[in-house]
Every structure is written in structure tokens, then in C-alpha cells.
Design a protein around this ligand. Sequence first.
Ligand code: UD1
Length: 391
Amino acid sequence: MNELRLACVVGARPNFMKMAPLLRALEKHRHVRTTLIHTGQHYDASLSDVFFEELGMRHPDVCLDVGSGKHGAQTARVLERMEEVLQSRRDGSRFDRLVVVGDVNSTMAASLAAVKLGIPVAHVEAGLRSNDRSMPEEINRLVTDAVSDLLFVSEPAGLENLRREGHVEKQLHLVGNVMIDTLRWLLPKAKARDTLRRFGLEPGRYGVVTLHRPGNVDEPKTLSGLIDVLVDASRKLPLVFPVHPRTKQRLERFDLAAKLAAARSILQIPPLGYLDFLALSSQARVVITDSGGLQEESTALGIPCLTARPNTERPVTVEEGTSTLVGSDPRELRRRLSEVLDGRYKEGRCPALWDGRAAERIAAVLANHSDADAVLPGAETPRREEAAAYL
Ligand code: UD1
């Protein structure tokens, strides 16, 4: 078989646990060569390095060092630097394909750079839609899917969304959830750690909180309301809250840090590595979050998840799993929390194909996919005007 050269891109924290199992699965196909490119969207050790270490991922072959910035600036830096990298293979050969995961700015920008050079793009975690274009991730998902010709989907709603947007069947693969591959692989190791003891917590007797979405933390009024909700909830159950750098900045800027610090049953800690965080989330009584990935992880773990968002692009976590959307309404959160504490909360079940083998399925498709199978974005798509209307 001819060598297949894949450029694999990561940029921000939630990308790492999705790419790690995929790289491992691709290594088993001997004709596949991967080049790992880190855009540097996340650069702090606690948001990046620790994940490479714990997930057993090799060092990136290329780092773009784009860093933080406004959306336009950050996206533009990735686009410009990716274009250079994709054009500059030392032996003059081209990459056969770009592989991206998730929905962060790096995902979208890298995809655009590739498709403009005629390099086909595979998107892992395609088709998710919150239908809320005020979320930066929703724009990233729409653009990435529109320029990708291979779409790997984690839940049935994703297939429906992509069909509605004009993608054809041979582009679509329902494969399960690569993030859950990593969870299943590392759960025993995480549970064996002394994380709970270090934080003075007992299994099943605390809640885990994460908040970082711009929609929740960038407006003083919204963030203040959510902090009130947490303070209220902490009277019933101690909470541990690893604080994302963005949230930390906003708490300080809006003079809310002191209010949070005054709540004795809320333990604020810096962002954790993968294993410590999984140790906490897997043994919690409840998770309160606005993270997409954590909604999925809680569902796979069977832990109740009160999602502080008005909508979700991952409906299976609500319809089949353990998540409930509570928005930023204190009454709704209080009501659902009581259900959890009184043992009245729904059980939930793990969605089909979230079995730890999604990356194997994706690698098999990628490894056996030839140019002859390629569907160029837009071309051959019977409803391409319709697809364009979505952008
Ligand atoms: C990004 C993703 C989001 C994902 C989240 C996980 C986008 C649009 N958003 O959000 O989907 O859920 O990552 O964490 O891509 N910062 C640091 N150190 C870092 C990186 C960032 O302190 O290593 C601070 C900077 O002040 C930066 C802010 O965090 O401005 C936000 O970082 P950014 O990458 O823009 O978005 P996230 O909020 O992390």
C-alpha cells in the first residue's frame, strides 16, 4: 500500500484527549504516517503539557505558538502558520489529508488552511449543532463541517444535522466517541490516584463545578448570578471548582472573586490534569458544568450532570444520558440538585458506540480511504445550494 501522510492537529485542552486514541489507533496501520501539529492555542502547562504526559501522547512534531488573542487574530494566526506548514514538507511531498477534532478555533482555522490548498479534511466529532450562533464553537463546527469531506459522528443527531446541510451518505460515519475511548482507557488509573484524599473529599459526597463558556463568564450579571447559584448549592453539598484561566480573570475583573472565596464549602483549585480531574468527576455525587465534553463524560460515567446552558449540541446526553439543561436559573438548579440528593434523579444510559473503540473505527476508515472515494466539499453534493445557505 502507498504511504498515507496525515497531518493531525490539536490546539486546546479538549482536543488532546480526542486525538490521543486516534494517534494510537493510526499507528497500527503500517502505511500511515502521522505528523502531529500543535497550534499553541492553549500553552499553559496546566492546559496543555500535562495532557501530553498523562495521555501518553508524543511531543508535537510542529508547534505553531499562536497563543491567545481575539477570535479573528487567533484564527488568522493559525490559518497563516498552518498554510506554511502544510506547504513545507522537506521532501517536497504533500499531506494526503488533514485530521481535526472538536470545535475550537484551531480546528476551524486549520481546516480552512488545508482545504484552500486542496488537502482534504476529516473532522472527528462532526455534525454537533447547538443552533446557537452566539457560541464561537457553533461557528467553528459549521465551517469545519462545510469544508470537510469525511465526517466522523459521535451521536445520531449529528448524522441528521449533516444530512440536512447537504452532506452525502458516503461522507458520513457514525463511529462513537473518541473522548470516551480515553475515559475508558484511563479510568482505572484515575481512580487509583490519591486525588480525593489530597482535596479532603469523600466519594459520592461532593459536587464538581466547571464554568468557562464566554456566554456564562464574560458578562458580570450572568457570572454573578451563577456564583449565587453555586453558593446556594454549596449549602447542601460541598463543591470543588477547578477554575479555568478565563473564568479566573473574569472573577477578578468583576469583583466576584471575594464572594466566591467567602463560600466555605466551595473549594477553588487551579485547572487539573486529565487524571486528577477524572478521579474527581467519576466519584462525584453530581457535576455542574457548561462544558460540552463533561456532559459526555458524565453520561458515560453515569454521574448526574446539571448543565448550566440553555441548549446543547450533544442532545443524546440529555435524551439518553445523565445531563439536564438548567440554564442559569437558580430555581431550576436547586430543584434538580434536590432530585439528585434525594435519589430521585434519572439514571441515564450510555449511548451506543461509546464503547472505547471509536478511534479504531475512524482509523480503519482513514487508512482504507483512497482519493477515488473522496467527495470534494460541495462537489457531487446534490443539495449544495442548501449547504451553502447554512454558512
Ligand atoms: C477554548 C475553546 C473552547 C474550549 C476551551 C477549553 C475556542 C473558541 N474555545 O476556550 O471551545 O471548551 O478552550 O478550555 O476555541 N489562557 C491562558 N492560558 C492558556 C490559554 C488561554 O491563560 O494556555 C487564557 C487567555 O487569557 C485567553 C483565555 O484563557 O485569552 C481564553 O483562551 P482561548 O483559547 O481563547 O479560549 P478558551 O476560553 O480556553
